[in-house]
Ligand binder design. Sequence first.
Ligand SMILES: Nc1ncnc2c1ncn2[C@@H]1O[C@H](COP(=O)(O)OP(=O)(O)OP(=O)(O)O)[C@@H](O)[C@H]1O
Length: 596
Amino acid sequence: MTASRRRLAADITGFVWRSARLPALGTLALTAVAGLLPVLSAWFTKLVVDGLLAGSALAELAWVIAVLAALTVVTAAQPHAAQYLNTALSRTLARESQATLFAALNRFLGLARFEDPQFLNEVAMAQHVGRIAPAQFVSAGTGTVRGGVLAGGFLTSLLVISPWMAALILLATVPSVHVQLRINRLQVDVERRSTTGTRRETFYGDLLSRPDGAQEIRLFGIGSYLRTRLLGELDEVQRAQRGVDLRNFRAQSGLALLGSLVAAGGLIWVVLAAGRGIITLGDVTVFLAAVAGTQAAIGLLVTSATGMHRSLLLYAHFHTVTHAENDLPSGPLPAGPLERGIEVRDVWFRYGETRPWVLQGVDFTIPRGKTVAIAGLNGSGKSTLVKLLCRCHDPQKGRLTWNGTDYTAFDVRTLRARMSALLQDYLRYELTARENVGLGRVSAMHDTARLSEAAGRALIDDVLRALPNGYDTQLNRAFADEGADPGGGVPLSGGQWQRVGLARALLRDDIDLLILDEPGAGLDAEAERAVHERITDLRRGRTTLLISHHLGTLRTADLILVLADGQIVERGTHEQLMAASGRYRDLFELQAGGFR
Ligand SMILES: Nc1ncnc2c1ncn2[C@@H]1O[C@H](COP(=O)(O)OP(=O)(O)OP(=O)(O)O)[C@@H](O)[C@H]1O
């Protein structure tokens, strides 16, 4: 066992001990008992057979028969008790593994891990194996104990009757262990390599079954195309698995043949020995039970021990995710109220060392109480800049400061607590209206007056109040329970969702920096104008970063930055930029011309 495997074994044992000690201990105890039962039964059967052959009176054998009957009852009841405990154990471990996994994911402060496909594969594996690997480890561990106890008992019995037979059976296990370990490694490797395919398969499955994909898929008639892609991924995954299964089948068949030859040899010997009177008929029954029992027990021992090995290999993925270091170091200082402003100083950023620069020497200040607007073509780096301002990434060169102190000096959570944002890809939670707004500030979730005020500022309060259950209406149909809640589950329109997203951002009314990335997206002309006016009011005296492709909405900003290919190519007020006759003016006139 390598050092890291030993560490994994210690980790998984610790995990089981902390999460489900009682059912684990119960299972272990029951398993040890179960291991002794067949050996005891074989010996008591021998006593009955030998007693009967020796002409003993039934009364003399009564206690032996009573013990045998009791053993039969316990043997019959044991699997059900074991199954009950096992299910309880699996359930507890599955819950704890999910709790541990999602606590670990929540600990990552930045976005780097979520943008790394390799790590996302590990997360997908961890989610799957976290539910099963610890339970498998315990069940394989108890199987090992049971196999060990059984094998010990039967081997001892066999040693008494025929030491060479015991040695032969032991010898035949060597190839079995070797083969099983190899197959385990192959299986785990195939699972790991199939993760991307499995994730893609899930992606196509989601697309084909989600309500928001149904219309486009039907309109473009691409259902069968996506289904073919899904099956292609599935076939690829299954092809690899079939290969391992075939190798496993061939290897196991060879091992079964070897085992049968050993058993057949033993049978011939025992019949000859009994014929010559070397052993009793009772010995023959014990011998036959012991050969079959030893082979089954060693089979169980090998499968279980290598099963432990396999669950460790699988658990390694869970361990990788739950022990991954935080991707963004948090500083010690609590971020105080914004007094001076935010400075972005010669910032360079790219999504990986081999990737092109997305931001190249970006340099500007957002003074306290002012609005800075960013205009730029698609892909010019606006949303990336927002990620840096929320400290979801750190720049590779340059720095951002809050009141003149480097962002990295602050505790990230306190910094983010001073900001609110309507992101371009804001979330549409399949939850109630209350939660959709209240998630902006969880402590205000049940303060309907506050929610209503924020929704009012986003011009969506009337719509939410008029829903069948008001703020407690589910904002989707997918999870609505028609029976319990007729009319429940109301899907909103795109523009209404946008305003709910804005309400969520505005619920954090005590913040220092408000980031609005395309607040007018999806709104009709009237709503956009109304929301724009509201936002202009709200912005007064509040530090704001505003991003929009609708240059008209940026006019009143204190400073407008024009971003192109990650560089600020123009900066100034609307009037200055119009007078400069540069890119901003061209874009503005292009948009205005479109309206004319
Ligand atoms: N997670 C990511 N990993 C790698 N590249 C990314 C990632 N996110 C964005 N990019 C790349 O960074 C560049 C800038 O993207 P960004 O989303 O910041 O642009 P944007 O100005 O907000 O565009 P838009 O106006 O279309 O929203 C693009 O070329 C994009 O492909």
